[in-house]
Structure formats: C-alpha cells, structure tokens
Design a binder for this molecule. Structure first.
Ligand code: DSN
Length: 437
C-alpha cells in the first residue's frame, strides 16, 4: 500500500517517514506558492506571525488569565495576552474579547457551553443552506445536546427568510438564536432576528468565522451594534492570522464575561496554544494598521471576480444582489446533486487552482454537489486587484468552459502567481521572503 503519490510504504523506516513528511510539507507549500489558493476559509500568515508561531512559546502552558495563572514562567506571556485582549477589543470594537480559543469551532463549543444547557433549544441555519457543521446535531450543537430547529432559507437573497426566522424563534423560544454561515455572501438582517430573540429571552450568537476580517474592517456588518450578544469566529480566514479562534461580546456585565472566559478555560481548553495566541496578537496589531484597506480590497475583488466569471459565461449565484458582499463567490456547474462541482474542483486543481466543491440550494449530498465556493482573500493578500481577478476568471473559463488541458493552463497560473509572492497588509512588507516554507 502506498499513498496517492506512492511516496511511502508502511514498512519504511521511521526516518524515511519523517523525511517524507518534510518533503510533503514543502510540496504542499509549493502548490500554494505556484498556484491560486481560493478556498474561502484559508489565508496565509505574515512574516512576523510566521516567526512567532515557531518560537519557544509553542511548548509552554499558561492556564488561566493574565495575572492569574496556575503555572510559573508566564510573566512575559501575560504581557502578550494583555496586549492581545486590548487590541482585540479595539479591532472588533467589543467590550469583551477572549483570544484563547484554538479554532472557530472551539469558540462555538465554548459559547454554547456558556449560553445553553443540555436539552435546551437552539435555532440556526441548516448545513444544507450553508450553516457550519458545528451548528448541526452532528457537530457542536449535538455535542451540547441541544434541540435544533433551522430557519427557512431565502434562495433568491441567499440569507435566512427573515419573517420565517422570527416566527420560528417566537414559536420555539430557544435559549440561543445562532446566526451566520460558512457560505456567507451577504450580511444577515440581524436587527429583526435579534429583537425576536431577545423578546423570548434568547441570546443571539453570531458565527462570524468567515467574515470576521470584513466585520473588523467595517465593510460587512456590525453584529454587536445590530443585536448580537456574542460573536464567535476564526482567526485565519478573512481575519488573516494564524489558526485559532476569538470569542467576543457586547456585554459589559462582569459575571457574563467571566462565564464566557470560564467556558474557554477550563471549559473547553487546557493548553490554548500560546504560540498561536501570540500570532493572533501580532495579526491584530497588523490589522489595526492595514485591516480596513485589506477588507475593502477583498470585497471589491470578490465583486469584480464574480462579474468577470459571469462575463465568461459562468452561472454565478445571487446575480440580482450583485453576486456578493463578502469574500465569497458561488458558481453552479450542473444539475442538483450532479457532482459537477466536485468535477470542476478536480479539474481546477490540475490547473493549480485550489478550490472546494460546495452544496448549493437544491443539492442534498455533500459529496456530489453542483457548485463551487470560491474565496479571494488569499489572492488579495498577495496584492492581486481587479485586473488579476479578470485574468483568474479567464483561467477558470479555459479549464471549465473551453475544455483546455488543465496542465497547459497550469503554466499560466504559475506565471501569474510568480508576480505575487509578497504578503501584503502586514509589517515588514518590503523586507520579507514571502510565502511560508
Ligand atoms: N470548514 C470550514 C469552511 O471551509 O468553511 C470552516 O471550518
């Protein structure tokens, strides 16, 4: 038995296996260095973040909060985390910020621990409509043993049907009204939903994992001012930091803030990965400086890319709303459940364009969906603008519409990418080696 590349066998020596791992990591780096990373949940980290996540902090523990630790040796990390909390409160304009959680899903598990008890009701967007797996019984919602009711979905507007969602909340009277998706083209009209939720005593939890950088950059929506009690999110999508999570709240109540902190530690984390926390703090500092411009450029690029794809002949969703107001673009490549999205994603990968297949309205099977979900945040991060968005749309068309051999398109993909090797919107922009090794 060998893996896909035939690079190892189970009886290889352990050193060979370790070397194979090093080679595969380098190969994976090359794939993205020479190709177009367009998975909407991904990004690349800045040189300063690359440095700090490889620091000694990686091996350390700091359970508790700054100034109140269960281990010695934490004074310097206290400085780091204190600066990080202050920066997060400023960048996200949030009275409360916890920067410890190790991912968006971990933030969701912590929030559900703080906001609900097993057996309580929750309302959310269904995974078929773009809700995240942690919003489902198969994920964190099930782990907390919550009863899930899903909002009706408005396919035309690609958002919850607002009247239907409010009706559902008023009839179910959940403990948590969860808003936000992994397929997130447009801001959710939050105020009406939050009013209905607060009327029945529910807390409003907004999963901003995908759009956190756009929210912080002031170009998407402002959930904490529109009625969200808690925002959860990842630190590595449109917010361009290392892998990790955030937990934010509009609450000034010290008891509620303590409940949120306790839900992260000791609730769902022991070690909370100090090197990544420090990386988040650097990324927050960089965002404070460059975030607004980055967020604006992302959304401008996404709109431009969507229009350029449509002009090439692609079926781009949500035309009536201008296709997108986020970093994401959705395209349909065949009939429902046809697997056309999966096929398109494989052909694009052969051309060096990395995307993911995605269910679109009407699809029922996650492995044979009809669509692609595309994100432009990484291309924006390496300095691509509207002109490059048009070039990328042409590359898509050569592969998926004109049936050109993906391996010949791959050369042009690499050519385009060779001019975009410097990571932008960060410190030391002019003095860096670019993509991570
Ligand atoms: N599964 C990720 C996404 O691609 O949206 C989020 O965790």
């Amino acid at each position: 038995m060998t893996n896909k590349r035939g690079a190892w066998t189970p009886d290889s020596s352990t050193l060979t296996k370790a070397q194979t791992v090093m080679d595969a990591a380098a190969q994976s780096g090359n794939l993205y260095r020479n190709g177009l990373g367009m998975i909407a949940s991904e990004n690349i980290i800045s040189p300063m973040v690359q440095n700090i996540i490889a620091s000694d902090l990686h091996g350390r523990y700091a359970e508790g909060m700054p100034g109140k630790r269960y281990y010695q040796g934490c004074d310097d990390f206290d400085t780091i985390e204190s600066i990080g909390i202050e920066l997060a409160r400023s960048v996200f304009n949030a009275p409360f910020a916890n920067i410890q959680s190790t991912s968006g899903t971990v933030s969701n598990i912590a929030a559900l621990k703080a906001l609900a008890q097993p057996g309580d009701d929750i309302t959310a967007v269904s995974t078929a409509d773009g809700g995240h797996i942690s919003h489902a019984r198969m994920g964190a919602v099930g782990l907390r043993d919550l009863n899930l009711s899903t909002y009706p979905w408005n396919e035309e507007r690609m958002e919850p049907d607002i009247d239907g969602a409010c009706e559902l909340i008023r009839s179910v009277e959940p403990k948590v009204a969860l808003i936000g998706q992994s397929v997130f083209l447009f801001p959710t009209p939050l105020k009406e939903i939050a009013d209905a939720a607060h009327e029945v005593g529910a807390k409003v939890m907004y999963d901003g994992a995908h759009v956190l950088g756009l929210i912080a950059g002031g170009v998407f929506q402002d959930p904490l001012r529109e009625g969200a009690d808690v925002i959860t999110g990842s630190s590595h999508k449109t917010f361009p930091g290392p892998q990790g999570g955030f937990l934010l709240s509009s609450s000034e109540d010290p008891a509620f803030q303590k409940r949120l902190n306790n839900a992260v530690f000791p609730g769902v984390c022991s070690s909370y990965h100090l090197h990544h926390v420090a990386g988040k703090v650097i990324a927050l500092a960089e965002f404070e400086e460059y975030g607004e411009a980055y967020a604006k450029d992302i959304v401008q690029n996404a709109k431009h890319f969507a229009s350029a794809l449509a002009a090439e002949g692609f079926d781009v969703l949500a035309e009536s709303r201008g296709y997108t107001a986020s970093h994401q673009v959705l395209t349909r490549h065949g009939g429902k459940d046809s697997g056309a999205g999966a096929k398109a994603a494989r052909l694009l990968e052969d051309a060096g364009i990395i995307t993911n297949m995605n269910m679109l309205p009407g699809d029922t099977k996650a492995l044979t969906p009809s669509g692609l979900r595309l994100g432009v945040q990484e291309l924006t991060r390496v300095g691509m603008g509207p002109g490059e968005m048009e070039e990328v749309a042409r590359l898509y068309a050569r592969v998926l519409i004109h049936g050109e051999d993906p391996s010949s398109v791959k050369n042009d993909v690499a050519d385009l990418k060779s001019n975009h090797q410097i990571i932008r919107y960060c410190f030391n922009e002019e003095n860096q080696s670019g993509y991570p090794l």
